[in-house]
Design a protein. Structure first.
Lengths: 260, 384
């Protein structure tokens, strides 16, 4: 009798466990969904939006500009042709009146008038270059980076006509002989394709900050981070400073902000 | 039918070999461009389109203008155009082929041209331009060849071409509208960002295309026994007159908006083109030439008594053609890039290889016109 009772109890217990585990199994479906790659991609879309704040107050000497520019151009194998016609550049200096032409004012302080601004690709939220590209060789990533596929670009240069910031360069000649020191970590380009700043996506994927940002980390002249993270440094800097963006009236929503 | 193009007098073959020579020269320089890169041209990161895309834009208009014969003939039963309609269609074929060639020689990576089809991107206007231009080429090839074959066999054209002809009418408008959209949808390029870009394109197209057709028809009349008919030529003259005036009117509209609003970005390209900025003004003589020629053409064309004189008509047609070629080619494309997005004035002039490649493409187009017109004229000489 005892034996049979025990076995009955065991059976009842077993059924109970089975029932619970089935329920919990059903209950875990959302969790399984959450872990499937599709869901992960959808989640990522709202996860990050990379942006940069250029603090012009921190750029004082020629060296402050040079180290950022050199860091970028060396690491990305940007060729130096030595003439403006063939020029390729990812980040460079521009006078105030050229960077913000619509802000022209003859009475603006000399300090600002003389100050060269750092300009680079704005990684727009609504990038006109992406809109016009006939092959999707330039595309916007889910984290907001506007990237180039050098292998797909047909060199039609529609993106260069579309970019209202003059951020894009074209390889009018074979660039490789004009690279001073090749960095094997990043691809060189061929003639006939467009290129531009990529917010150092190759470094971000390794958890590093962009090369220019790292080059001027002593005085924090460039601040980089995620706009969607309210605790990120860029968000804090944007909250505590008045910043401007280039040609905001075009609705491109640039991801590069300036503290004048 | 093609055998008609293979028999001709010494003048004909001399002309063919002359064109082949220019094509060959252009081809040699294109090989050089392939090896060196587009740096062989005068283009730069600031003026990233130049002579090639200027020719492309202008020639899309020439191609679209065939519709100015198709509408009167097929929709209004204007019989006088019956004899020359094939010349309009064959001109369109040649012009579209030149357009495609100019886009091709402008590519940095021409070997990857098929990427446009492998990765079709409907949000790019260039994708649609490829679709409409190739479609228009196909339509005109089928329509032109079928109607001419029928004429040779002294039969009416088959019924199935009629729907294609009707489709070709809005299609012609579409090629020029889509080409205008390449420019008119770009933020930050003030000269191009205008809603009347497509109407302006069509007005200049209906001036330049029929003007070229007048030149071609009168040439055909001179060198063959085929007469396109005085009235047909005169009607073309009327079309050119209206179109060149509407084109000038649209230009004045642009000037008003720019200079009355006084928005600097809107004024700058016009100031650069006609007066120069900061001492830069390579296009000033060209733009004034275009402007003065179009005024001269209007003066000559607007008086019917003068227009009826075929010598005056052909001179006016040449003036219109040159004027629109400058204005809608280099004026439009280069003017759009100056000032650049940094409001700097960086100028452009084409290089010798660039000009030779351009001439090579034009020679190819002329060769196609010559061969197609030769076929058409040989058939018409027999049937008329």
């Amino acid at each position: 009798m005892v034996m049979s009772y025990e076995s009955k109890a065991n059976r009842r217990q077993f059924l109970k466990i089975l029932g619970f585990s089935t329920l919990s199994g059903l209950g875990s479906i959302p969790a399984i969904w959450a872990l499937t790659p599709q869901f992960a991609i959808r989640n990522l879309q709202s996860e990050k939006r990379w942006a940069m704040v250029v603090d012009m107050k921190k750029f004082r000497t020629e060296e402050d500009y040079k180290k950022c520019i050199d860091a970028c151009h060396t690491i990305h194998n940007v060729p130096d042709f030595g003439n403006p016609k063939d020029e390729v550049k990812w980040i460079w200096k521009m006078p105030y009146r050229n960077t913000f032409p619509e802000q022209e004012d003859e009475y603006i302080s000399d300090g600002v008038k003389q100050m060269p601004f750092m300009v680079l690709c704005n990684h727009c939220k609504n990038p006109p270059c992406v809109r016009v590209c006939p092959t999707k060789a330039t595309f916007k990533r889910i984290d907001g980076i506007v990237q180039m596929d050098y292998h797909r670009c047909i060199g039609c240069r529609f993106c260069m006509a579309a970019c209202p910031y003059g951020s894009r360069s074209f390889n009018f000649r074979e660039p490789r002989p004009f690279i001073k020191e090749k960095n094997p970590e990043y691809p060189t380009r061929t003639r006939g394709v467009v290129e531009k700043c990529n917010f150092c996506e190759e470094r971000l994927s390794k958890g590093l900050s962009p090369a220019c940002v790292e080059a001027c980390k002593d005085n924090k002249a460039l601040i980089f981070g995620d706009l969607n993270d309210p605790d990120s440094e860029v968000r804090k800097v944007l909250e505590s400073n008045y910043t401007i963006r280039r040609k905001p009236e075009l609705g491109t929503q640039p991801g590069v902000y300036y503290i004048v | 039918m093609f055998e008609k193009a293979l028999s001709g007098d010494r003048r004909y073959w001399g002309w063919i070999f002359f064109l082949l020579l220019i094509m060959g020269t252009g081809f040699i320089f294109y090989i050089k461009q392939l090896n060196y890169g587009l740096g062989i041209t005068g283009m730069s990161r600031d003026i990233s389109w130049g002579l090639y895309i200027a020719q492309f834009t202008f020639l899309v208009g020439v191609a679209a203008s065939a519709v100015m014969l198709v509408i009167p003939y097929y929709l209004h039963d204007y019989k006088k155009f019956g004899k020359i309609i094939i010349f309009g269609e064959f001109l369109a074929i040649s012009a579209v082929i030149m357009c495609l060639m100019f886009v091709f020689v402008d590519m940095g990576q021409p070997m990857r041209a098929m990427n446009m089809i492998l990765y079709p991107t409907p949000n790019s206007i260039m994708f649609w331009d490829m679709v409409v231009l190739n479609g228009y080429l196909l339509l005109n090839l089928i329509i032109g060849w079928t109607t001419l074959s029928a004429e040779r066999n002294e039969l009416p054209p088959p019924k199935w071409v009629k729907p294609l002809i009707y489709i070709s009418i809005p299609w012609a408008i579409s090629i020029h509208t889509v080409t205008a959209f390449l420019y008119a949808g770009l933020p930050g390029r003030h000269l191009w960002l205008t809603a009347i870009m497509a109407p302006r394109f069509l007005a200049s197209a209906f001036a330049s295309g029929p003007a070229l057709l007048i030149i071609l028809c009168l040439t055909v009349k001179r060198i063959s026994s085929f007469d396109p008919g005085k009235e047909a030529i005169q009607t073309l003259g009327k079309i050119v007159t209206y179109a060149v005036i509407i084109n000038l009117f649209f230009f004045v509209l642009e000037l008003f908006t720019a200079f009355y609003s006084k928005i600097p970005g809107h004024m700058h390209p016009f100031q650069y083109l006609f007066f120069g900025i900061e001492g830069h003004g390579k296009l000033i003589p060209w733009m004034w030439t275009a402007f003065i020629l179009s005024i001269m053409a209007i003066i000559l064309l607007i008086n019917p008594n003068m227009r009826e004189n075929e010598n005056i008509l052909i001179v006016s047609a040449v003036l219109v053609f040159i004027s629109t070629w400058i204005d809608k080619g280099m004026g439009l494309v280069i003017g759009g890039f100056i000032p650049n997005p940094f409001e700097e004035i960086i100028e452009y002039s084409p290089t010798v290889p660039e000009v030779l490649i351009t001439l090579g493409v034009w020679a190819t187009g002329l060769l196609i016109i010559t061969v197609l017109y030769k076929i058409a004229v040989s058939i018409k000489e027999k049937t008329v």
